[in-house]
Design a protein around this ligand. Structure first.
Ligand code: 5AD
Ligand code: SF4
Length: 438
C-alpha cells in the first residue's frame, strides 16, 4: 500500500473555523489523508479563511504567494482555499492565484473527497453553493479519538444583519441541526474521552433544532446534554443578547454542568450607534440582562465583543461604551477597530480617520485589560475545578482550564489529561493562573 497523503490545514478566525477544519480533515481522512503539522511535508494545503475583519482576503493572497515555492518544489502538492473568504471571493481566487487548485465554501466541504479526486486529475474545482443537503449528513459519523475538550456545531448562519457584519452573507441564513443528531454526536465524543463540549454557532442561542417533541431551544439542548454521564462541562458561544431566553438564563443557575462563563457581545454602549448597527437592543436592556444572568449565577464571568469607530461614532458615543464596560466589569473581552466589509450597509457610510480608531481602541483595551487582570487576581486563594488538557512546558506540570475558562498551570505530575480536580489558585500571570492540587 502506498503511504497516506499528508494534509496541512491553516485555520484563521473563529472557533467555528477550528471545528470546520477538524471536520474537513475527517472528510479527507476518508480519501486517505492524514494530517501533518508541517506545510513542507504536505500533499495538500488548505487555508481555512476568515472574512470578518480587516484585509482578510489580502492576507490569504499573500499567504498563497508564500506557498508558491512549495508547489514549485512538489508539483503534486494541491492547494485549496476554504472558509468565508472562499465563499465571498470564489472564482476571483482562482483567477488571481494560479497556485490554487480548489476553492470550497463553509457549506460544501463534505464534497471535498470528490473535489480532491477532480483536482488529482489536473482540474481545478470550485464549490461555494448553499446546497439543499445538509453537509453534516455527508460527513463521517464517528469522530476520531481526541483530547478531553471538543467543539460541536449546533447552529450555523445568521439572520440578524448587523450593519457591519459579513456573516449573514458568507455563512448564509440561520440553520439549526436536529437535536437527536447532536445528542448522538455528543455521546460519541464522550465515549472517546471528551469531558467538555462547547456548543458552537454564529448565533448559538437562537438555536431551535428539531427534537422528538417539537423544536428544542438551546436551554433544552443544554439540559438534555447535561444528563449524559461522563460529560462534565458544557459551554456555548457566540450569543446575541436578544436571544437570551428566560429558560436559558435559568439554566445558568440550575445546570451545574453549564460553566459560569458567558461570551455575550454588545459591540457598543451607545444607543445611537447600536441603532445604526441594527443591533435591536439598547445599552440599558443589555445591562438589565446581565443583572438577571448574575442573579441566576452570581459567579458568572462575562466576556464580550466591542467595535470602536463604527461610522458616525462620536467621542460621546465612545464614552458611552467605556461607561458600559465599567458597569458590566468584564472578565475577558475582544475589541476591534471597525473595518468596512464590502457588501455590508455600513461600508457605504463615511469612515472615521484611522487615528481616531487607533486612539479609541487603545483606551478601550487598557480598561478591558485592567478588568481582565482584576478578574484573574480575584481568583487567587480560591478553589476551582480544573479540567487537565495536556502537560505544561515545565516538567511535572499540567495545563488545564478552570470553570471560568482561565488557563491554569498546576504542579500535578501524575495527573492524566481528562481529569477534573480541585485546584487552589496561588498566582495570576499575564494570561494564565497558577495553582496547586487541593
Ligand atoms: N469590523 C470590526 N469588527 C467586526 N466584527 C464583526 N464584523 C466586524 C467589522 N466589520 C466583530 C464583532 C463580532 C466579532 C466576531 O467580530 O465584534 O462580534
Ligand atoms: Fe454578525 Fe450580528 Fe449575526 Fe453576530 S449577530 S454574526 S455580529 S450579523
Amino acid at each position: 500500500m502506498s503511504a497516506p497523503r499528508k494534509l496541512f490545514i491553516k485555520t484563521y478566525g473563529c472557533q467555528m473555523n477550528v471545528y470546520d477544519s477538524e471536520r474537513m480533515a475527517e472528510a479527507l481522512g476518508a480519501s486517505g489523508y492524514v494530517t501533518t503539522e508541517r506545510a513542507e511535508d504536505a500533499d495538500m494545503i488548505l487555508l481555512n479563511t476568515c472574512h470578518i475583519r480587516e484585509k482578510a482576503s489580502e492576507k490569504v493572497f499573500s499567504e498563497l504567494g508564500r506557498l508558491k515555492p512549495l508547489k514549485a518544489a512538489n508539483p503534486d502538492l494541491k492547494i485549496g482555499v476554504a472558509g468565508c473568504v472562499a465563499q465571498a471571493e470564489g472564482a476571483e481566487i482562482l483567477r488571481r492565484a494560479p497556485v490554487v487548485d480548489l476553492v470550497v465554501g463553509p457549506q460544501t466541504y463534505h464534497r471535498l473527497p470528490a473535489m480532491e479526486a477532480e483536482i488529482r486529475k489536473g482540474k481545478r474545482a470550485l464549490d461555494t453553493d448553499f446546497p439543499a443537503e445538509d453537509k453534516f449528513d455527508h460527513l463521517p459519523r464517528t469522530r476520531p479519538k481526541r483530547g478531553p475538550t471538543a467543539f460541536l456545531t449546533v447552529q450555523e448562519g445568521c439572520d440578524k444583519f448587523c450593519a457591519f457584519c459579513v456573516v449573514p452573507y458568507t455563512r448564509g441564513a440561520e440553520v439549526s441541526r436536529p437535536a437527536d443528531r447532536l445528542l448522538g454526536e455528543a455521546r460519541d465524543l464522550v465515549e472517546r474521552g471528551v469531558r467538555e463540549i462547547t456548543l458552537l454557532g454564529q448565533n448559538v442561542n437562537a438555536y431551535h433544532g428539531a427534537g422528538p417533541d417539537g423544536d428544542w431551544s438551546l436551554a433544552r439542548l443544554v439540559r438534555e446534554l447535561a444528563r449524559i454521564d461522563g460529560l462534565e462541562r458544557i459551554r456555548y458561544t457566540t450569543s446575541h443578547p436578544n436571544d437570551m431566553s428566560d429558560d436559558l438564563i435559568a439554566a445558568h443557575g440550575e445546570e451545574a454542568k453549564l460553566m459560569p462563563y458567558l461570551h455575550l457581545p454588545v459591540q457598543s454602549g451607545s444607543d445611537r450607534i447600536l441603532k445604526a448597527m441594527n443591533r435591536k437592543h439598547t445599552a440599558d436592556s443589555y445591562l438589565r440582562l446581565i443583572e438577571r444572568l448574575r442573579r441566576a449565577r452570581p459567579d458568572l464571568l462575562l466576556s464580550g465583543d466591542f467595535i470602536v469607530g463604527f461610522p458616525v461614532e462620536t467621542e460621546a458615543d465612545f464614552q458611552a461604551t467605556m461607561a458600559l464596560v465599567r458597569a458590566v466589569n468584564y472578565g475577558q473581552a475582544y475589541s476591534f477597530k471597525y473595518s468596512a466589509r464590502p457588501g455590508t450597509p455600513a461600508a457605504e457610510r463615511p469612515q472615521l480617520p484611522t487615528e481616531v480608531l487607533d486612539d479609541r481602541l487603545q483606551r478601550l483595551q487598557a480598561l478591558l485589560s485592567d478588568q481582565q487582570r482584576a478578574a484573574q487576581e480575584a481568583m487567587v486563594g480560591r478553589e476551582v475545578g480544573v479540567l487537565f488538557e495536556k502537560p505544561g512546558r515545565m516538567p511535572g506540570q499540567m495545563v488545564g482550564k478552570s470553570d471560568h475558562l482561565h488557563a491554569v498551570h498546576v504542579t500535578a505530575p501524575d495527573q492524566a489529561a481528562g481529569d477534573i480536580r480541585r485546584v487552589r489558585i496561588t498566582a495570576s500571570a499575564a494570561n494564565s493562573l497558577a495553582g496547586e492540587l487541593v
